[in-house]
Design a protein around this ligand. Structure first.
Ligand code: SF4
Ligand code: SF4
Ligand code: SF4
Length: 315
């Protein structure tokens, strides 16, 4: 099958029975954990207000376990709810969280950064067939045409290290990569072309900071980009300040970003933030053999010094 033919294929990728089975397993596990007091709360997904949508849910009553669902609309990375920014949830006691493989990379990263202790969280992992990408119609099933770009080349569908796994992975066709092609196009540009590419995208940024609010790794209580005495980054959406904000953001997330693509999904201006994240991740893998979120590590390569680090860039 050609890439184009595959991308236009609108037949369901998986049987609806798969989502029903995952939902059933999550509900049973949530009810058990809340009833026997293992956890004080379960962070998962519930149906959204519009048919076919989903939204985050935090339940503390086992009678509400049947509100939980898993569907191709369960896009949010719920690891966000275990960060400092959401400290009220953590105060309730040990919590369970429903996590797709990409979300588990964020949990591992947060543990590596001492933001979360493994013993304080019960992970209900999902054997994940994928979720829908931005712009997919709400009533549609998951297809090769509407699956999120990140899911086309996912390597963490069967998460490891969870306390329980909901569902079993159905057989899936080989999907043509889209993210890898985007990255290859970016890398084929000259430095000047690449600068223009990012300058054009960043010029559209309205500094709403949705990308920061949704990121599990943007948990600083005072972001240096908000400081005005001294001001490190101009806060109004003008070209120089926008460029500075995006450089700070990209560097701060290098070696930490879990690749969940939530920042890109949240961006109202369609700025390809995850393309920049992936480029940075690729550089760190090539330079330091580092991949974020595969295991809890105390420090990424940009936060530690080793004598054998490459020094050739210092002139
Ligand atoms: S990237 Fe992988 S784990 Fe994450 S939603 Fe897509 S298929 Fe699931
Ligand atoms: S930078 Fe974006 S892709 Fe990376 S962890 Fe944060 S929200 Fe997810
Ligand atoms: S979400 Fe988009 S528009 Fe808003 S600050 Fe981030 S990059 Fe800019």
């Amino acid at each position: 099958m050609t890439n184009t033919a595959q991308q236009l294929d609108t037949t369901p990728l998986v049987d609806t029975g798969y989502y029903a089975a995952v939902t059933e397993a999550i509900r049973a596990e949530a009810a058990r954990l809340l009833t026997d007091g293992t956890v004080a709360a379960v962070i998962g997904y519930q149906a959204g207000k519009r048919k076919g949508t989903a939204m985050p849910a935090i339940i503390t009553d086992p009678a509400r376990a049947n509100d939980l669902i898993f569907s191709p609309a369960c896009v949010n990375n719920l690891a966000l709810y275990l960060t400092k920014a959401k400290k009220d949830i953590r105060k309730t006691g040990k919590v369970a969280i429903v996590a797709k493989g990409c979300d588990m990379r964020a949990l591992a990263g947060l543990m590596g950064e001492s933001q979360l202790k493994r013993e304080d969280v019960h992970i209900i992992a999902v054997a994940c067939a994928g979720v829908k990408g931005s712009g997919a119609a709400t009533g549609e099933p998951l297809t090769t045409a509407n699956i999120a770009k990140k899911c086309r080349e996912c390597t963490v569908r069967e998460p490891k290290g969870a306390d329980s796994v909901a569902g079993s992975l159905p057989s899936l066709p080989e999907l043509s990569p889209v993210e890898a092609e985007e990255l290859a196009r970016l890398e084929a540009m000259t430095p000047r072309e690449r600068w223009s590419f990012w300058k054009e995208h960043f010029s559209r940024c309205v500094r709403c900071l949705a990308c920061r609010s949704i990121c599990p790794f943007c948990y600083c209580e005072q972001c240096m980009c908000d400081r005005n005495r001294p001001q490190a980054v101009e806060t109004s959406p003008r070209p120089a300040g926008n460029m500075a904000w995006h450089i700070v953001r990209a560097m701060h997330l290098s070696g930490r970003c879990a690749g969940c693509a939530e920042c890109e999904r949240a961006c109202p201006m369609d700025i390809p933030l995850n393309l920049l994240n992936r480029k940075m991740a690729k550089e760190l893998k090539e330079l330091y053999g580092h991949e974020a979120g595969l295991e809890p590590k105390e420090k990424g390569p940009l936060a530690e010094y080793r004598e054998d680090d490459d020094q050739s860039f210092i002139k």
